[in-house]
Design a protein around this ligand. Structure first.
Ligand code: XMP
Length: 506
């Protein structure tokens, strides 16, 4: 296994961001709950303590004994991490008079400190805390201050331990990446963790783990499952069987196109057309959660049926990625997603799980995919929900409605690509509303369907803003849809952000 940095998570919203920054510096890291330090790991090079929503003096603040960690590894405490180190070593932390949020400028007391190498006085940093260290223990030496905060950064004498009361991981701290890079150098990290080295190591591990066993994997057309398949294929070749189910709720021609891509990639893939099965189970169902359940259950049934035709399958491959893993380890338990499409699959099939991407962030999955030589349109694809157009047709689903929506969506997505806007948005799609309205075409009165267009910008789908697409682009899409898609006479654009709206309408 590769050398790594451990990030102890005290519950801050920016913990994942610290992880991403470290990875961007070509260093592998793992985020673990604050009290789950892997004491038996042999390849740890250093430790970062994250921020926290708590104050160190709160009764329910997260506390853990850092003595052993501090004696063995270089440690960097960020915000709460810095305050926690000071507080538990006899310093004082108090609620700040003016809450310290936003930009501030650094001045140095010790400009030779290794943590700040290459960072000059006046550098902009980003503060975000309601507490401040008011007195440091004797062995803590101040390295940098701001106008309001004397102990902005310190080092502990006789130890490789630093604390900073600001957030080097956020964009607004202009030299934050430099600071983290300096810390990695202090830790002696070789900074050679790249997509290529990840692939090499993972393929070796998969070979070792799976030997001659057979693996089955559900492909969705999305980035995560596709990259998982290509990695597994590289490791075990024909012992991997992929199943790609057409539930009849994919985009126009998506099934055929993606299947062809998979075949080009050399995957051993079985495409299953199960459209009718899904349409008949969904007939007359209008409740969104009910639709999700039917689609999820139908998917498991089809997959299970196909799997039973194969012999000696021992493993189920899954495209789980790191944010899902961190979420399930979450100490604060605040984020719970309801989008687990095939949650019951492993239990039902009595298979062992293999999840080669479980330690990667989404952007890293994309980089690995590119390194694996996968087509860019497969890698840069927008997220698409498991239940597909089923949750973009409001109300009940029929084959005819699917076809209307597929056509409208195809016009929209093709034009986004043509206008160079596809890669500028996180996700886009058309929604078929259960509303008909009056229009006029030529001399005739029409009474037809409404299509809503949705496009959002986001970094993680947890929050999103509606994309400010150019008016002439929207005019063009509206025109094309109304002229070309039979059954639609009105197009509207969704200008709601998340929260309070969600990305999908159902
Ligand atoms: P919402 O609508 O909750 O969507 O803002 C956030 C992200 O999740 C996707 N989404 C789903 N994905 N099964 C999925 O696999 C689902 O049931 C589902 N519902 C929403 C949505 O497309 C967006 O990327």
């Amino acid at each position: 296994m590769h050398e790594k940095i451990i990030i102890l998570d005290f519950g801050s919203q920016t913990t994942q961001l610290i992880g991403r920054r470290v990875r961007e510096l070509n260093t592998y890291c793992e985020i673990v709950p604050y009290n789950k330090f892997p004491h038996d790991a042999t390849d740890v090079k250093g430790v970062i303590l994250s921020g926290s929503p708590y104050s160190v003096y709160d009764a329910n603040a997260f506390k853990t004994d850092l003595t052993e960690i501090r004696s063995k590894y270089p440690v960097l405490g960020i915000c709460y991490g810095a305050q926690f180190l000071a507080y538990t070593s006899g310093g004082s932390v108090e609620s700040a008079n003016s809450r310290e949020y936003g930009r501030a400028k650094l001045t140095f007391a010790d400009s030779d400190d290794r943590l700040f190498k290459g960072i000059t006085s006046g550098a902009q940093i980003w503060m975000s805390h309601g507490d401040t260290i008011t007195s440091l223990p004797a062995s803590f030496n101040v390295i940098a201050s701001t106008d309001d905060v004397k102990a902005t950064a310190y080092k502990i004498e006789g130890e490789e331990t630093w604390g900073v009361q600001f957030h080097p991981e956020v964009f607004h701290t202009t030299n934050g990446t430099q600071l983290l890079d300096n810390f990695l150098s202090i830790c002696g990290c070789s900074k050679d963790w790249t997509p290529a080295s990840f692939i090499e190591a993972t393929v070796e591990e998969l070979k070792e783990q799976l030997k001659d066993d057979k693996v089955i994997l559900a492909l969705s057309g999305g980035v995560d499952s596709s990259v998982t398949a290509v990695l597994l294929n590289k490791a075990i070749g024909k012992n991997l069987t992929c199943i790609f189910v057409d539930h009849g709720l994919l985009r126009k021609n998506e099934f055929e196109n993606v299947l062809r891509d998979y075949e080009h990639l050399g995957l051993n893939v079985i495409g299953v057309n199960a459209r009718e099965k899904f349409y008949s189970r969904l007939a007359g169902v209008t409740d969104p959660e009910e639709k999700r359940k039917i689609i999820g259950k139908g998917f498991i049934d089809v997959f299970d049926e196909e799997a039973h035709k194969l012999k000696d399958i021992k493993w189920l491959g899954q495209g789980t990625i790191y944010p899902d893993v961190i979420e399930s380890l979450s100490i604060t338990g605040t984020v719970i997603k309801s989008h687990h499409n095939v949650g019951g699959l492993p239990e039902k099939m009595h298979l062992k799980l293999v999840e080669p991407l479980r330690l990667l962030f989404k952007d890293e999955v994309r980089r690995v995919g590119t390194e694996l030589g996968m087509m860019s349109h497969l890698i840069a694809r927008h997220p698409f929900p498991g239940p597909g157009l089923g949750i973009r047709i409001l109300g009940d689903i029929t084959a005819e409605k699917v076809s209307v929506l597929q056509e409208a969506d195809d016009v929209y997505i093709s034009l986004l690509r043509e206008w160079g806007l596809y890669d500028k948005v996180w996700q886009a799609g058309a929604i078929l509303l259960p509303i008909r309205s009056v229009g006029v075409m030529g001399d005739e009165r029409t009474y037809e369907n409404t299509i809503a267009l949705r496009a959002v910008t986001s970094t993680d789908a947890m929050t999103a803003d509606w994309a400010q697409l150019p008016y002439d682009f929207l005019a063009k899409v509206s025109n094309e849809i109304i002229n070309k898609v039979k059954g639609v006479n009105r197009v509207v654009y969704d200008i709601s952000s998340k929260p309070p709206a969600t990305i999908e309408w159902e």
